[in-house]
Write a protein that binds this ligand. Structure first.
Ligand SMILES: [Zn+2]
Ligand SMILES: [Zn+2]
Ligand SMILES: [Zn+2]
Length: 326
């Protein structure tokens, strides 16, 4: 072997070693990316199925500009506030509130994550106002005739559905299986997900009202579609924002001038303006967690591109949008 040859071989060996190292780094990087992607794609996630108050948008009988915008084709239809929770590993789907817009919301959800063995692996209800549970009617014999869909709710709401028609028939025919939850106690839904219901003050008609904390991995999400006023609650909403990752909260009215002729004390809600004032000193990261949901048809922040919607976003908050995935 000549000196030259030996030099070439050493050089080739070093070159090969470097190339191998680079190759190894590239392979490791690809592996890391795919592991991260696999983790992300296997993590549970939420889908926003609806964003408006019980009466829907357009609202029955409303001939004001808010709903005329829909009939003139200037604003899309909005569905009543509801969230879906998907667990891709177990292929389970859970619903939070079952609304009168159930048909369309189910269709939209199926396009994102089709049902596996069951239509839903659980439906969590907040309270007995029409926008939050009457979609259950579609599970009965007249429509889907489902089998044993577990409906989670408070004990008083359980008794209301169990003792009053037409809902009692759903339980009797095994379309649904009611299961009461203990407020304040975490409920282990499956290996990955924990749900904690908690009381919120809201006109107690037929049932008390709960909000839900949805926890998986290191993520905690709060869902409070209806509450009378933050000040009436024994919990501090500001601390709740700081201690959780994502919040869908009552944004029914923009401000108190919205329903002229109606006594607003009879339908109390924290207006979006009040909430934004309450949250004004939060960091921008905390503000960005807040998504207002359950907007009334009269709420101008519902209308795409409105001055009020822009104001909410400019202040660092969000208006929940149908189809959003978190
Ligand atoms: Zn409501
Ligand atoms: Zn309207
Ligand atoms: Zn309500």
């Amino acid at each position: 072997m000549t000196k030259r040859n030996r030099k070439d071989i050493i050089f080739a060996a070093i070159y090969f070693h470097i190339m191998n190292k680079q190759l190894l780094i590239i392979i490791l990087l690809i592996a890391m990316v795919s592991v991260t992607t696999a983790q992300d794609s296997n993590s549970p996630y939420l889908v926003v199925l609806g964003t408006v108050q019980d009466g829907g948008y357009p609202h029955p009988g409303c001939d004001k500009a808010c709903c005329q915008m829909f009939y003139q084709g200037k604003e899309k239809k909005h569905y009543v506030s509801s969230l879906a929770l998907i667990d891709p590993i177990t292929k389970q789907r859970f619903l939070f509130d079952c609304t009168p817009d159930f048909t369309a919301q189910l269709h939209n959800l199926n396009a994102i994550f089709p049902p596996d063995s069951s239509l839903f692996d659980g439906i969590f209800l907040t309270h007995a106002h029409i926008g939050h549970y009457t979609g259950l009617m579609y599970l009965g014999k007249e429509a889907m005739n489902t089998k044993h869909i577990v409906v989670y709710l408070t004990l008083d709401f359980y008794e209301f559905l169990d003792q009053n028609g037409p809902w009692s028939l759903l339980q009797k025919n095994d379309n649904i299986s009611l299961m009461s939850l203990v407020t304040g106690e975490p409920f282990q839904l499956n290996e990955h997900i924990t749900i904690t219901p908690f009381f919120v003050p809201h006109r107690e008609e037929f049932s008390k009202t709960v909000g839900y904390k949805i926890s998986y991995g290191s993520k905690n999400i709060i869902f409070i579609p209806d509450i009378d006023k933050w000040q009436k609650w024994d919990k501090d909403i500001v601390q709740l924002v700081k201690g959780n990752d994502l919040l869908f909260i009552d944004g029914t009215f923009y401000n108190s001038n919205e329903l002229p002729g109606r006594d607003m004390s009879q339908i109390p809600h924290p207006s979006i303006e009040e909430s934004m004032t309450l949250f004004k000193d939060l960091s921008s990261a905390d503000k960005a967690k807040i998504h207002f949901i359950h907007l009334n048809h009269t709420n101008p922040a519902l209308i795409k591109g409105s001055k009020e919607q822009k104001e909410v976003e400019q202040n660092g908050f969000h208006i929940a949008q149908e189809g959003e995935i978190f």
